[in-house]
Design a protein around this ligand. Sequence first.
Ligand code: 6MZ
Length: 352
Amino acid sequence: MANTYIEEFSQRLPKVELHAHLNTSYSMSFLQDLMRQRGNINGVSIEDLRLADAKPMDQAFVIFSKLHQIFRTEDTIYLLTRSVIREFAEDNVKYLELRSTPKQIPETGLTRDVYMQTMVRAVQDCEKEGLDITVRLLVSIDRRQGVEVAKIAVDLADRWMKSTQGLVLGIDFSGDPKVGDATDYIPVFLDAARRGLKLSLHLAEIPLYEETKNVLRACCGHCTMRIGHGTFLHRYESDKGHEEIEDLVVQWKIPIEACVTSNLLSKTVDGTGTHHFWYWHSKQHPVILCTDGKGVFGCLLSDEYSRVAKEFSLGREDLVSCALSTTASIFENDEIKQRLRDILKKFCEKEQ
Ligand code: 6MZ
């Protein structure tokens, strides 16, 4: 079926992607090529790696662990990083903050440092290749691995931020929200912020009001931060007694990374029309459309733009202003923000 006008426009629109996990952002064609060359890696088949229909979130985590069976070596991580960056560039993403959990796998010789070095090398090689995209990295903390590993991740991010003159910008806090308590990580977040690292924290992806409140109380005003997902931040009827959460988010104008397709497929929201993207967008609160994992969830960033455009009857100007507003929430400096605004301005002149 032919693409609609709004789909084509969403594709052409210069965009910013701020919430993409490396291992879940593969493309089908990349995986097919990889498996053609190397056979089914560790017995994992491609059909097992995509969430085709909405399933409870646990199912996504089963897929993530299968992906971790594939991307276990320096060379597969390098190839994955390069292809993910190329694919975002093809979708007209002009600025990407890519995040990943550095892995330590003794059988393949992978250490966390080698993992970082490999991602950095892939980003630098994409720069040399002249791809029209600026890429920065965030080091992920997986909440399933505990506070001690989180401290290691912060040290790693700090070292790589310094040695790459800011190609690494900050940390991400993610992993299965049902495991552990984000409250335990507050000292780690504050330490990261003191070292100049920016924070993107998965918060309120499911209704976990106490930890959300604790983290916001401790971090607001002390950290440059965004919230990943943030599905249960605003005043749902069922959320009585937790109004402080929304008040803090509004008071500190904390940007929210909205991953619509991911949330629909993980069943944390029941429809695009009721997705919290619209709530925050209507309030003119910073909210950024993101893919989360374009491979697992089968969505490009341009699909996310056209999905909300169709649902909420947004036109070209609305989509441009959505894209323009995202530039304020990047972790890079004012010069890069301005560069992105100039790209959008030129795009609009050309489109007229
Ligand atoms: C929480 C998620 C996630 O780090 O191996 N991750 N954490 N909620 C989500 N929503 C569905 N999607 C991905 O990428 C995969 C890792 O990212 C986190 C999980 O920790 C997952 O293992 P990397 O590149």
